[in-house]
Ligand binder design. Structure first.
Ligand code: C2E
Ligand code: MG
Ligand code: MG
Length: 693
C-alpha cells in the first residue's frame, strides 16, 4: 500500500498504523508530532497537493509548511498549549511555488502511549475556487452590462419580489437610496406606485401583466416629475420555465417633447414663431364657418416688405432674419387678439382680420403700416421698413383661402407698381384681365423689352427739381417710359426689376445715360444748363466698364460733368463696399455728381455716408406722403435734413404733392423738391414749356 511511508525508518508502529489509515483518505492528510511539531506521516494526496513525495514531507516542521499568518499563529499557539484545533479556509504553498486554496482542519489525537498527534486534513478547494471565480466574473459582466444600458432595469421573481435592478432604474424613478439600501421591496414598489400620475391605472395594468404570465408588454408611464417612461415587460425563463420578469424602463420625455415640437413646427414658422400657411388655413376655415353661419365678414391683408431683398443682399441673411423677427413682432403687436398674423415665407405676411369689413380692414392696414414706420434699430443701425399691403374681403373677393390670398396678393402687387409703401383693396378686373397678366409674365416682358430697345420704343421723361428757397427749377430727373404696342404703357416699377434680374438693365441703362446726357448737353448749349439726374441700378453700377462708359458718353456729348448726377440706391453703397468706394471716387474725380435715391428705405449707416463722395440725399416718397401731420414721418424727415446739414449734403424731397408738404419741407430747411405739386415727369417739350412758363 504505502510504500513510501512504510519505508520510512523513523516511523514507529502506531504511526505506521495511522499512515495506512490516512493513505486511504481522498483529502491530503499529514500527521504532526505534537511535541516536535514536525510531520511524521503524510498520505499520497498530501504529496500531490504539496508537489513532493510523502517521504519528503515527513520531517518538515509545520511552521515551515505554514503559508499564511493564520497558520503560523495557530502553530505558535499550539506550541504554547493555547489551542489544539482549527478549521478554516486557508492557502498552502506547494514545492513548485504555486499556492492552492484549501479547507484546513487540524485536530489533536492522543496516541496509544504518551505521544500525541495533530491530524492535519487539507481539502483542496482550487477547482471550486476556479468555478467561483468564473461565476464572479460572469456576475460582474452581467452587472456591468446591466449598468451600462441606458435603460433602467428591474428584475423580479414571479411573486413580484425584487431580485435585481441597476442604478439607472433607481435614478429614473428617483428612488431614495435608503429604500434601496434596505432592500425594502414593498417600499420600493409603493414608491413607484406613488410616482406615477395615475396610480390606479398603473396598478390595474400591473395586475393584468401578473395574470398573463407570458405577456410581453410595452406601456408609457407618466410620472409626477414630468418624466415619461416607456416600460417594456418581458418574461424571464430558465430552462424553459418562467422564473420572473424583467422590466426595462426607457426615458422617452425628450422624444415625446421632440414629437410635440415637430407637431408645433408644422403649424408655425420657425423663424418668427408666427402661424404658418397651414395654421392660417385652419383659422380661415374657422372664420369661413362662422361667416356662413351668421354672416360675420373677415378680411385678409397680404403684406410684402418693400426692397427686402436689398437687406438680405447687402447685410446678409442673419441680419435679414432679425429684421423679419422684429417686423413679425410689430405686426403681432398692432392687431387684435382675435386676429391671426401668419408668415407665408420670405418677407410675406398675412393678417386674418376677424369680424372686419372694409372699414375694419382699412384700419388694420393703417395700424400695421404705422407700426412698421417707427424706425428699427439693428446692429447700431437705424432704418425704416415699409410694406405694400393688398386686401381681400370675404365674401366679396373669394370663397376660400386660396382665392382670397390670390386676390390680396394681386392687390399687393398693384401697390408695388404704384410705388410701394401703401395698401389697396382687391378690385375686380375687367373680363380678359387674366390673359393680360399672363401676357405680362416676366419672360414676355423681358422679350418685349429687348425688342423695345432695338425699335427705339423707350423714351425719357423729365421731372423738374425745384429750389425750395428761390422756387427756380434747377434740375431734372430722367425717368424712363415705355409703351408697348401690345401691352400698353408699362411702368418702370414693373419692368426695371425684370431687367435687373435678367441683366438687360445694363443695356437699358446705357441707353438712358446716353439719352439723358445728350439732352443735358442740348439744354446747356441752349443756355438753360441744369443738372440732369439719372437713375442707376446696382447691376449697372457694378459693371467693370461703368465709369469709363460714363466718361465716354460725357466726352461724346461734350457735356461738362457737373451737369450730370447719378442717383444710386443705398444698397449699391453697401454691396461690395470696397469696390463701390473706388468706383464712387473715380466718378467724383470725373466731376460727376452723386445722389442717394430713396433715402431712408435702405440701411446705410451714418458713418458710411461720411466717407462717400455723395452730394445729395433724396428723401423717399413714403416719408414725404405723411407730411405734415404724420408725426413719425415729420420726425424722420427732420432728422434726415439735420443729418444732411451736418454732413454738408443737399437734401431733395421726392413725391411732393401738396402745398402743405412743400411748406413743411421749406420750414425744415430742405433744399430741393420734386413732385406733382410742381410737375409730374414730362416729355421734353412739355418740360420745356412748364419750366419757361
Ligand atoms: P425714383 O427714382 O424714386 O423716381 C421717383 C418716382 O416717383 C417716379 O416714378 C416718379 O414718376 C414718381 N413721382 C414723382 N413725383 C411724384 C408725386 O408727386 N407723387 C407720386 N405718387 N409719385 C411721384 P416712376 O417714373 O414710375 O419710376 C419708378 C422707379 O423706377 C424710380 O423711382 C426708379 O427707381 C426707377 N426708374 C425709373 N427710371 C429709371 C431708369 O432710367 N433707370 C433705372 N435704373 N431705374 C429707373
Ligand atoms: Mg430716382
Ligand atoms: Mg426715389
Amino acid at each position: 500500500m504505502n510504500r513510501d511511508l512504510s519505508a520510512t525508518p523513523r516511523l514507529t508502529e502506531p504511526i505506521a498504523t495511522w499512515s495506512r489509515l490516512i493513505e486511504a483518505m481522498l483529502d491530503a492528510v499529514w500527521l504532526v508530532d505534537a511535541a516536535a511539531l514536525r510531520v511524521v506521516a503524510a498520505n499520497h494526496a498530501a504529496g500531490e497537493l504539496m508537489a513532493m513525495t510523502p517521504a519528503e514531507l515527513v520531517g518538515k516542521a509545520v511552521l515551515e509548511l505554514a503559508a499564511t499568518p493564520e497558520d503560523l499563529c495557530f502553530w505558535g499557539e499550539v506550541a504554547q498549549g493555547l489551542v489544539d484545533q482549527i478549521e478554516s479556509e486557508t492557502l498552502v504553498m506547494s514545492a513548485d511555488g504555486t499556492t492552492k486554496a484549501v479547507t484546513r482542519r487540524v485536530s489533536r489525537v492522543q496516541g496509544s502511549g504518551d505521544g500525541a498527534f495533530y491530524v492535519v486534513v487539507l481539502h483542496d478547494r482550487s477547482a471550486q475556487v476556479k468555478v467561483e471565480r468564473e461565476l464572479e466574473g460572469v456576475a460582474a459582466d452581467l452587472r456591468a452590462t446591466l449598468e451600462s444600458t441606458r435603460d433602467g432595469i428591474l428584475v423580479t421573481d414571479l411573486a413580484g419580489r425584487i431580485r435585481n435592478f441597476n442604478q439607472r432604474f433607481a435614478a429614473l424613478w428617483q428612488i431614495p437610496p435608503e429604500l434601496l439600501g434596505q432592500r425594502e421591496d414593498d417600499a420600493v414598489l409603493e414608491w413607484m406606485r406613488r410616482s406615477v400620475v395615475d396610480p390606479s391605472a398603473y396598478m390595474r395594468r400591473l395586475a393584468a401583466i401578473d395574470e398573463a404570465t407570458m405577456l410581453q408588454a410595452s406601456d408609457v408611464l407618466r410620472l409626477h416629475s414630468g418624466t415619461a417612461i416607456e416600460r417594456v415587460t418581458m418574461l424571464q425563463c430558465m430552462r424553459g420555465r418562467p422564473i420572473g420578469r424583467v422590466y426595462s424602463f426607457h426615458d422617452i420625455t425628450e422624444k415625446l417633447e421632440a414629437n410635440r415640437r415637430i407637431e408645433t413646427l408644422s403649424y408655425t414658422d420657425a423663424l418668427t414663431g408666427l402661424p404658418n400657411r397651414r395654421l392660417l388655413a385652419d383659422r380661415v376655415e374657422v372664420a369661413l364657418a362662422q361667416a356662413r353661419r351668421d354672416g360675420t365678414p373677415f378680411a385678409l391683408l397680404f403684406l410684402n416688405l418693400d426692397h427686402f431683398n436689398h437687406v438680405n443682399e447687402t447685410l446678409g441673411r442673419v441680419f435679414g432674419d432679425r429684421v423679419l423677427r422684429d417686423v413679425a413682432e410689430r405686426i403681432r403687436g398692432c392687431v387684435r387678439q382675435v386676429d391671426t398674423v401668419a408668415r407665408l415665407g420670405g418677407d410675406e405676411f398675412v393678417v386674418l382680420a376677424n369680424n372686419a369689413d372694409d372699414h375694419g380692414a382699412e384700419s388694420a392696414a393703417w395700424r400695421v403700416m404705422d407700426a412698421l414706420k417707427q424706425p428699427f434699430t439693428q446692429g447700431g443701425m437705424s432704418f425704416t421698413v415699409t410694406a405694400s399691403v393688398g386686401i381681400s374681403l370675404y365674401p366679396n373677393d373669394g370663397t376660400g383661402l386660396d382665392e382670397l390670398v390670390r386676390r390680396a396678393d394681386a392687390a399687393m402687387r398693384d401697390v408695388k407698381l404704384a410705388g410701394r409703401a401703401g395698401f389697396r383693396f382687391h378690385r375686380p378686373r375687367p373680363e380678359g384681365d387674366d390673359e393680360h397678366s399672363r401676357l405680362r409674365s416676366r419672360m414676355k416682358l423681358d422679350h418685349a423689352m429687348r425688342l423695345a430697345l432695338v425699335q427705339g420704343r423707350f423714351r425719357l421723361h423729365y421731372q423738374p427739381q425745384v429750389d425750395l428757397r428761390s422756387g427756380a427749377v434747377v434740375g431734372a430727373e430722367a425717368l424712363i417710359r415705355w409703351r408697348d404696342p401690345e401691352l400698353g404703357e408699362i411702368a418702370p416699377g414693373e419692368f426695371i426689376p425684370v431687367a435687373e434680374e435678367s441683366g438687360f438693365i445694363v443695356s437699358i441703362g446705357a441707353w438712358v445715360l446716353q439719352c439723358a446726357i445728350t439732352q443735358a448737353a442740348a439744354w446747356a448749349a441752349a443756355g438753360r444748363a441744369m443738372t440732369v439726374s439719372v437713375n442707376v441700378s446696382a447691376v449697372q453700377f457694378q459693371q467693370p466698364g461703368f465709369v469709363d462708359g460714363v466718361a465716354a458718353a460725357l466726352r461724346e456729348a461734350r457735356l461738362p460733368p457737373q451737369w450730370l448726377e447719378l442717383e444710386l440706391t443705398e444698397s449699391i453703397l453697401i454691396q461690395d463696399a470696397q469696390d463701390a468706394m473706388l468706383r464712387l471716387q473715380a466718378l467724383a474725380q470725373l466731376g460727376v455728381k452723386l445722389a442717394i435715391d430713396d433715402f431712408g428705405t435702405g440701411y446705410s449707416s451714418l458713418a458710411y455716408l461720411k466717407r462717400v463722395p455723395v452730394g445729395r440725399l433724396k428723401i423717399d416718397r413714403s416719408f414725404v406722403s405723411g407730411l405734415p401731420t404724420e408725426e413719425s414721418d415729420a420726425a424722420i424727415v427732420q432728422a434726415i435734413i439735420h443729418m444732411g446739414r451736418a454732413l454738408r449734403l443737399q437734401i431733395v424731397a421726392e413725391g411732393v404733392e401738396t402745398e402743405a408738404q412743400r411748406q413743411f419741407l421749406q420750414d425744415a430747411g430742405c433744399d430741393l423738391f420734386q413732385g406733382w405739386l410742381y410737375a409730374p415727369p414730362l416729355d421734353v417739350a412739355a418740360f420745356e414749356a412748364r419750366v419757361s412758363a
